[in-house]
Write a protein of this length. Sequence first.
Length: 265
Amino acid sequence: MLNLIQADLFKLRKSKAIKILLGITTLSAVVMAVMAYLIPQGKIEASMTGLGFMFSDVNMISILGAAIAGVFICGDFENKTIHDAIANGCSRSAVIVSKATLLGFALAFILLPYAIITGIALSTGSEFSMGPVAIGFLNLLTSEGGTAFSASEVWKMLAVMLTLMIIYVAQLSICVPLAFMLKKPIFVVVIYYGFSILSAQLMRLSDSSPVFDRIFSFTPYGGKYAFVTLDTGTGDMVRAIAVSLVFMIVMLAVTYSAFRKSEIK
């Protein structure tokens, strides 16, 4: 298993696709921060928040994260890399864990620009705003803008950013069973993006239904986990991470259940 993971991570480092995606998220993070800065300054209209959201982490990762799963998992079905690994004696569970690990590292890598740009922007002490559409790193940027940070708060900020990354990885882990079952990148991207829109609607439903909110909180899409800030308690952050890790394990189990008896053609 370790050899498979090392091979996949080596392929990730050498991939041109991941470098292109990193460039896209870097540019998007800069545009997001600039727009969030200009809106409260009155230099651009508040109605531009919809456009600003298009460059936000939650929107970009919904598209690019699924694209990563399509390229690095579905792509290995197309070029027979997974077939060769199984033919050479690797277990299907090892292949699944290897691909899930690759997806997790790739997602964290392309999210780094959002974490870095958010940290730099907040260090300026400027005010940021993006209206009611803020979520994830954008929410962190707009809710904490305009305040000075102490040394202890910097460490809390890093913990919050790490928590957000884990939540995003957990949300995108649903792409692992999708990729293994569908084996077509376009299907994975379209289905996950549609699912991300659905999850946003379910989040609104959870606001009006305490029962559904409780059920939804057992997934990384609910529980207001993507709205963690410096004001979020340590216990709530630990819960968010725990829910995310359990959800990822469940997705791996679902993938194994579907993949262990499927034919490799």
